[in-house]
Design a protein around this ligand. Structure first.
Ligand SMILES: Nc1ncnc2c1ncn2[C@@H]1O[C@H](COP(=O)(O)OP(=O)(O)O)[C@@H](O)[C@H]1O
Ligand SMILES: [Mg+2]
Length: 233
C-alpha cells in the first residue's frame, strides 16, 4: 500500500534521512522505532508531503505521491496523527473532528463522526466542550479520531504514547490492536520499542537517518544487540 524508496530529506546541508526504504502492506501494523533525533518525524513529514525530498520516491496505492501536495495526499487516504497531538485547544471536540473530516462530504463527515463517538465514548460525552480541557489520554484519542475522520486507508501515528501515564500507554496500544482488528493499515512511530515490537507485525529501526534493521516484531525483539546499543527501553 505504501512504498518508500531511497528517500533522502535534508535540513539545509544536513541529511536527516539517507536513502531510506520501507513498505507497508494492506492490513499491516508496521512500527518505526529508534532513538530521539533518528529522523522518524522527518520520515512521516516526507511521506505526507509536508517536507521536501532531495531524492527517492513515495508510492501510495500504486500512485507516485513524491511531489503531491499534502491536502491531496490526505484526500487520497493517507492521514497523520502528528507528534504532540496538535489538537485545537480553543475549539470543541466536535469542531476538531469536523476539521479532520474537511476533505470528505458533509454526509460522510456526519456518519464518520458517529462512528468516532462510538469508538471513543469519552469524546461523544463531551463533544461540545473545548478540547483544551481534555486529559493527555483523552487528547490522544481525539488526535487519532480527528485523523480517522478523513477516512484514511493508511493511518500514520507519531509517538502516540509519548508523555502519557503507564495506564494510558496501555490504552493507546489497546487502541492500535482494536484498529488492527478493524482491518486498518497503520504505521506507528514509537520510542517505546518493546511495546511497539510486541504490537507490530513488522518494524523498522531508524538510527541517525538510516534504516539499520527491519523484520517482524518478534525477530527484532530477539535482537538484544539493537536494544543494548541504541534503542533503550
Ligand atoms: N526543522 C528542522 N530544522 C533543522 N533540523 C531539524 C529540523 N527538524 C528536525 N531536525 C533534525 O533532524 C534530525 C531528525 O529529527 P526528527 O525527524 O525530529 O527525529 P525523531 O522524530 O526521530 O526524534 C535531528 O537531528 C533533528 O535535530
Ligand atoms: Mg519525532
Amino acid at each position: 500500500m505504501l512504498e518508500v524508496r531511497g528517500l533522502t530529506t535534508k535540513y539545509g546541508a544536513i541529511s536527516a534521512l539517507r536513502d531510506v526504504s520501507l513498505s507497508v502492506g494492506a492490513g499491516e501494523v508496521v512500527g518505526l522505532i529508534g532513538p530521539n533525533g533518528a529522523g522518524k518525524t522527518t520520515l512521516l513529514g516526507s511521506i505526507t508531503g509536508l517536507l521536501e525530498k532531495s531524492a527517492g520516491t513515495v508510492t501510495f496505492d500504486g500512485n507516485d505521491i513524491t511531489n503531491t501536495a499534502p491536502e491531496k495526499i490526505l484526500r487520497s487516504g493517507l492521514a497523520l496523527v502528528p507528534e504532540h497531538r496538535r489538537i485545537f485547544a480553543d475549539m470543541t471536540i466536535e469542531e476538531n473532528l469536523r476539521i479532520g473530516g474537511a476533505v470528505r462530504t458533509a454526509a460522510e463527515r456526519a456518519e464518520t463522526m458517529e462512528e468516532m463517538y462510538e469508538l471513543f465514548p469519552v469524546l461523544g460525552d463531551r463533544r461540545s466542550n473545548a478540547a483544551g480541557f481534555l486529559s493527555g489520554g483523552e487528547a490522544q484519542q481525539l488526535a487519532i479520531a480527528r485523523a480517522l475522520m478523513s477516512r484514511p486507508r493508511l493511518i500514520m501515528m507519531d509517538e502516540p504514547s509519548l508523555g502519557l501515564a503507564p495506564i494510558l500507554v496501555d490504552l493507546v496500544f489497546d487502541l492500535i490492536d482494536q484498529l488492527r482488528d478493524q482491518g486498518r493499515t497503520i504505521l506507528v512511530v514509537e520510542q517505546n520499542a518493546t511495546r511497539m515490537l510486541s504490537a507490530a507485525d513488522r518494524a523498522y529501526v531508524l538510527r541517525s537517518g538510516d534504516v539499520v534493521a527491519d523484520g517482524t516484531g518478534r525477530e527484532l525483539l530477539e535482537r538484544s544487540d539493537l536494544f543494548d546499543t541504541f534503542i533503550g527501553g
